[in-house]
Design a protein around this ligand. Structure first.
Ligand SMILES: [Zn+2]
Ligand SMILES: [Zn+2]
Length: 272
């Protein structure tokens, strides 16, 4: 198994030691781990600074590579927060430093944070979801310097701010703009992620869920990674199997890994 979304203490919102993450990964049958640390240069109303010193990161990676040699492949990766105000600076960062894999994420919509609820003030459920998908659509067309779009449908985590739950939403309503987003990603050799954090947030679903995965597959999407988005060792490697089963159900034969930003494909059947 491959955990393609993990945050060590290099990320501002995690305290996890890389070696603890690696140890848990091995215990849970993970063969490859990608430390996707946060770079999010535009993050309003937040005390955390989502930036890191690359050389410190590289040093930590080297240490765990040495420690777990022959047991675990460790990838240099990053989770870039996409936003028009910071895209130039983000691109400079990823151009300047070596990464095997780049996740692109949208955490800020309408210049407001989804996570602290600011985004949901003065919006109803439909407005919030519609603008979320439209914004991602625009952002992935404007900014292409990443391999895989992370946690599509992240908004599901925060619908309690508008007194709703993802199970109450008719997601098909937004499929036109979603289809266009997927086409744009596919057309530029980028992919999507199956993010298993929904299970941690008691949503009991992956981000995104089966209908979205089927649509992506139907449109010809092949590049797809699975990651836990673990910020603590309890979640490293968890639910990856559920993710692979979802992929299988959606009609995928392969899960994607990366090396030097080049995709490689592994049979799912061997892992479920
Ligand atoms: Zn994220
Ligand atoms: Zn993340």
């Amino acid at each position: 198994m491959f955990d393609y979304h993990v945050h060590s203490k290099i990320s501002a919102d995690s305290k996890m030691e890389m070696k603890d993450a690696c140890q848990t990964a091995i215990e849970n049958g993970v063969k490859e781990i990608a430390f996707t640390e946060h770079i999010d240069y535009f993050y309003p109303n937040c005390e955390l600074v989502f930036d890191f010193e690359y050389h410190e990161y590289e040093k930590s990676i080297r240490e765990v590579e040495e420690l777990f040699k022959g047991q675990l492949t460790v990838l240099k990766a990053v989770e870039i927060g996409i936003h028009p105000y910071s895209n130039k600076q983000s691109k400079e960062f990823t151009d300047r430093h070596f990464f095997d894999f780049i996740l692109g994420s949208v955490h800020i919509v309408d210049d407001l944070d989804l996570h602290n609820g600011d985004y949901f003030k003065n919006k109803n459920v439909d407005e919030a979801i519609k603008l979320y998908f439209e914004t991602i659509n625009r952002y992935v067309k404007d900014y292409k310097d990443f391999n895989v779009l992370s946690h599509f449908t992240l908004i599901k985590r925060y619908l309690h701010f508008v007194n709703s739950h993802w199970k109450e939403v008719k997601w098909e309503k937004y499929f036109d703009v979603i289809e266009d987003t997927f086409k744009s990603l596919i057309g530029s050799s980028r992919g999507i992620e199956v993010n298993m954090s929904g299970y941690r947030y008691r949503l009991d679903c992956a981000l995104p869920e089966l209908p979205f995965l089927k649509l992506y597959r139907h449109l010809g999407g092949e590049i797809i990674t699975v990651g836990t988005d673990a910020h603590s060792k309890h979640f490293v490697g968890k639910y990856l199997n559920t993710g692979y089963k979802l992929l299988d159900e959606a009609g995928f034969k392969y899960v994607t890994t990366f090396k030097e930003k080049k995709p490689d494909f592994h049979s799912i059947k061997e892992m479920i």
